[in-house]
Design a protein around this ligand. Sequence first.
Ligand code: FAD
Ligand code: FES
Length: 242
Amino acid sequence: MEEVKFKILENKKLTDLIYILKLEGNTKSIKNSGEFVNLKLPNYYLRRPISVADFDENTLTLIYKILGEGTKDLSKLEEGTYLDILVGLGNGFNLDTKNPLLVAGGIGIAPFVKVIKEFNKKGIKPTLVYGEQTKDNFILLDFFKGNTNLYLTTDDGSVGFKGNAVSFLKENKIDFTTYYACGPLPMLKSLSEYNDNGYLSLEARMGCGFGACMGCSIKTTNGFKRVCKEGPVFMASEVIYE
Ligand SMILES: Cc1cc2nc3c(=O)[nH]c(=O)nc-3n(C[C@H](O)[C@H](O)[C@H](O)COP(=O)(O)OP(=O)(O)OC[C@H]3O[C@@H](n4cnc5c(N)ncnc54)[C@H](O)[C@@H]3O)c2cc1C
Ligand code: FES
């Protein structure tokens, strides 16, 4: 873990509520896709955890959705502003599989940008099932169309399969060796009840974000684990839902 000052290169609106934030700074402590960072926002005591969407030697990309006051204020920050960010947090995905299936619900799509690039580098085109409430909420579709076998689902049926990503999987035979899922907890729970041969990226309210306060603990088959330290990625088969 390292505390780094990043400069905002771009803070661009993608949909009504979703923004892409490109930052410049030292990324050497970021090792894996699926890790997260913890942002210190001006005037807020608690940091805001956000998944690493993409990174290279000196840039970091985050994709965030406005949820409350913190993310709303983040969306107002301008190019050139510096942000204090804890980087190198969490464990990230184990991408050692031949035929991956990515399952994303809403803003849960964020960590898959880097994941897809890493699979593509190995000559693998992953299957992506990407669910949203309605068609206007999807982001970066050109990138996903070009680099994955893409299936869209919408709750209102405005594009793709009508229903959520898990009902799509139940009704359509998709071959895969391992799945990687990120999205709302009810989606992750119903996915792992349907099939537990995969990994889930979980969210939890966080205090410290680096393993010291135990505030983000969840129950697993191997005892309590911290989402910020042993997670946020867990095997679907180990998570116990309360
Ligand atoms: C590991 C991890 C990765 C995440 N990745 C992303 C991402 O890539 N893009 C994205 O848009 N969001 C992501 N989130 C959720 C994001 O942290 C919250 O949406 C954000 O903190 C909300 O802050 P706020 O001030 O706007 O909302 P408020 O509701 O005003 O926040 C109040 C407090 O609750 C916490 N909080 C609120 N919602 C959540 C939540 N869902 N998870 C954790 N803490 C929360 C805030 O951090 C803050 O401390 C992630 C969360 C975790 C734990
Ligand atoms: S947030 Fe403090 S231990 Fe996870």
